[in-house]
Write a protein that binds this ligand. Structure first.
Ligand code: ADE
Length: 244
């Protein structure tokens, strides 16, 4: 994944990009991020990037000029780009979007909005407006990081253990099963016996049952969309029967 990020707070992104899996992905050239401060594209003695809204009302609006200048600058190298505006008005980002983006050959541009929003004319620069959820955060920086992180995990070679991304809960359409590690007993809480059995089929069935249980409990909407196998149906029936 290659991306340019337009933000007023490059340090916020830099801190997260310089740790753990994303840092390693950068070192392995699987992720390339260039951070640009939008203020560097603003003109005038104060390099102002926001202004009050026409028509009145509270808050400030991102001015169009710095963002148009930034895009002109980026596009100068002729590389094809997909421009994403992060905003709560956008299309919801999910694992399917992450998978689409991981196959994208164009370079991404993430515009991290702030204030009440961006001047509507900026939309002429934007290919997609994307939201990370139905809540409002202070700016698009965290949203850009969420997307970069979720997409990078899907780039082959980015995770140490190749199986991990496939096993991520949303990749399988169900929530994850519970995990345990040493010690075998902690403050009276025991690890389920089946996990020591060495019986792979039994362990698979236990994990599958617990993943179904968690999904039914926390996200029944996912179960409705999920293509249940005969084994899944049997396990769900067992879960139902336990309740009575
Ligand atoms: N900026 C503010 N809230 C946001 C959200 N939910 N998603 C993306 N960008 C945002």
């Amino acid at each position: 994944m290659k991306c340019d990020v337009l933000t007023l707070f490059p340090e916020v992104l830099e801190a997260y990009l310089n740790e753990s899996i994303l840092k390693r992905a950068c070192e392995k050239d699987l992720l390339e991020t260039r951070l640009y401060n939008i203020r560097d594209f603003a003109t005038g003695p104060h390099r102002t990037v926001d202004d009050s809204p026409y028509g009145g009302g509270a808050g400030m609006v991102f001015k169009p000029e710095p963002l148009f200048s930034a895009l002109d600058f980026l596009r100068d190298d002729g590389e094809p780009r997909k421009v994403i505006l992060l905003s709560p008005q956008g299309r919801p980002f999910n694992q399917a979007t992450a998978e689409d983006y991981s196959r994208e050959t164009r370079r991404f541009v993430f515009i991290c909005g702030r204030y009440e929003g961006v001047d509507e004319r900026v939309m002429t620069l934007v290919d997609e407006e994307v939201s990370i959820g139905d809540y409002v955060i202070t700016g698009g920086e965290l949203a850009a990081l969420v997307i970069i992180d979720a997409v990078t995990r899907l780039v082959p070679g980015a995770l140490g253990d190749e199986k991990s991304a496939e096993e991520d809960s949303f990749s399988r359409g169900l929530l994850d099963y519970p995990h345990y590690t040493r010690p075998r007993e902690f403050r009276g809480m025991k690890v389920p016996e089946v996990l020591f059995s060495g019986n792979h089929r039994q362990i698979y069935l236990w994990r599958r049952r617990e993943a179904l249980r968690k999904t039914v409990e926390m996200r029944p909407d996912l179960i409705e969309k999920f293509d249940l196998s005969d084994t899944d149906k049997k396990l769900l029936k067992e879960i139902e029967e336990e309740k009575v």
